[in-house]
Design a protein around this ligand. Structure first.
Ligand code: XIL
Length: 397
């Protein structure tokens, strides 16, 4: 029954590959998949391969390689920062669309889709909003109206230009938070209560009937204990199930995929299982911000290969786990990395005690790392019967 909502895009992908093979076979060199981009190889499966884009790097005339790789290796882009509320509306009532528009234009020129990130989140909110709430000059009622207006304004502006919106980001606490019992966390839940989630999806849907609407979070790659009191994935599962029961127009769950090699992490089958369970609710899935960081010990910083190699290998293995799980589940429609080069990764700025890094698929000199090669081989060596073309849902009304 659910199947009626789904639309096969696989046929297009298969046709593209057949055409590609024909073209390549008639050329002097035989078809060599290792010479293809991640983007082209993803297409074989109908899978979008995306990256977060740092607009300062994209506009750096002295660094053309950034722009070139962003344009050629990926079929989807996400604004790393410029679609966040603080960037879009730095002063109340004055929207600064420039950088976000620029990314949307870049994507159009390069025939890429855009993941919209992000409409509702407790971080990177404009100062006028948070201080207005703190000093009481913005009432709860006004805050709710401001959120409605923000969602409506942004979604309307990019109507038809965005494939997936992260409507709500990181609404759920972690087991290491205080109190440790999982709960709705942050600014929006505190001021509006958990009902803001349903409102946000409904407002977004009203502004664009065709875009896919996602809930996005980290630390939900696999189920743990199964207990919603301390298993974040279970909590999010129950949350989205509840939203669907209330007929909230949510189309997918985005798993960010920020991993670190110092942690236990998961195997491919555990991650596959989580994607399948979200799929069984009638939802699309996606990896939305994948990177796999490592601790930068003194030996790593000094260039000691005995400490660097295991990190690069573990990072590659974790990228590969997420990619294989995504390929195995037909609802997994995009795989996005959170920046593609260590040159501009957010990790060293964000995780500095102890220092962490080495999180992306290209090094600081744009040399593809083992992680890049493993993603590529996962895409090359996957196919029927276990890996079938993607199935994209029709937006839920
Ligand atoms: C990060 C950016 O990469 C940084 O440049 C910025 O300073 C902070 O935010 N989860 C998310 C992303 O949903 O928006 C965050 O991006 C990384 C964690």
């Amino acid at each position: 029954m659910k199947l009626r909502r789904w639309m096969a895009v696989g046929a297009v992908a298969v046709a593209t590959v057949t055409a590609l093979n024909t073209v390549q076979a008639t050329a002097s060199r035989p078809y060599d998949p290792t010479a293809q981009s991640l983007r082209t190889l993803g297409l074989r499966h109908g899978l979008q391969i995306g990256t977060a884009v740092d607009m300062a790097a994209l506009n750096n005339a002295n660094d053309p390689q950034y722009r070139q790789i962003a344009a050629t290796e990926f079929s989807s882009v996400t604004a790393e920062n410029v679609m966040k509320w603080e960037s879009l509306e730095p002063t109340r009532g004055n929207y600064n669309w420039g950088p976000a528009d620029q990314l949307v234009d870049f994507a159009k020129r390069n025939k890429q889709t855009v993941r919209g990130h992000v409409l509702v989140w407790q971080n990177q909110l404009p100062g006028w909003l948070t201080s207005g709430v703190a000093d009481g000059s913005i009432s709860t009622q006004e805050l709710r109206e401001l959120l409605r207006k923000h969602i409506t304004t942004v979604v309307s502006r990019y109507k038809g230009k965005i494939s997936q919106w992260d409507v709500v980001n990181e609404a759920v606490s972690d087991p290491w938070d205080n109190p440790p019992t999982l709960h709705y966390k942050g600014f929006w839940a505190q001021h509006l209560g958990p009902g803001y989630l349903a409102d946000a999806f409904r407002w977004a849907r009203a502004a664009d009937p065709k875009v896919l609407l996602f809930y996005n979070d980290y630390n939900i790659e696999a189920f743990g204990s199964g207990n919603p009191a301390n298993d974040k994935t279970q909590f999010v599962y129950d949350m989205v199930k509840g939203l669907l029961a209330e007929r909230v127009p949510i189309d997918g769950v985005g798993s960010q995929g920020h991993l670190g090699t110092q942690y236990g992490n998961y195997d491919t089958l555990q991650v596959t299982d989580a994607l399948k369970r979200f799929t069984a609710l009638g939802l699309a899935t996606a990896f939305t911000e994948v990177d796999v960081r490592s601790e930068m010990t003194e030996a790593v910083q000094a260039g000691d290969s005995a400490e660097i190699n295991p990190r690069l290998q573990a990072s590659a293995a974790n990228f590969s786990v997420l990619m294989k799980a995504c390929l195995a589940v037909r609802s997994c429609i995009s795989f996005t990395v959170w920046g593609f080069t260590d040159k501009y990764s957010w990790v060293p700025n964000w995780f500095n005690n102890p220092p962490e890094g080495l999180a992306t698929i290209y090094d600081e000199n744009y040399q593809p790392k083992r992680a890049y090669q493993e993603l590529k081989s996962d895409l090359i060596f996957a196919g029927p019967p276990y890996v079938l073309p993607r199935i994209t849902p029709n937006p839920r009304r």
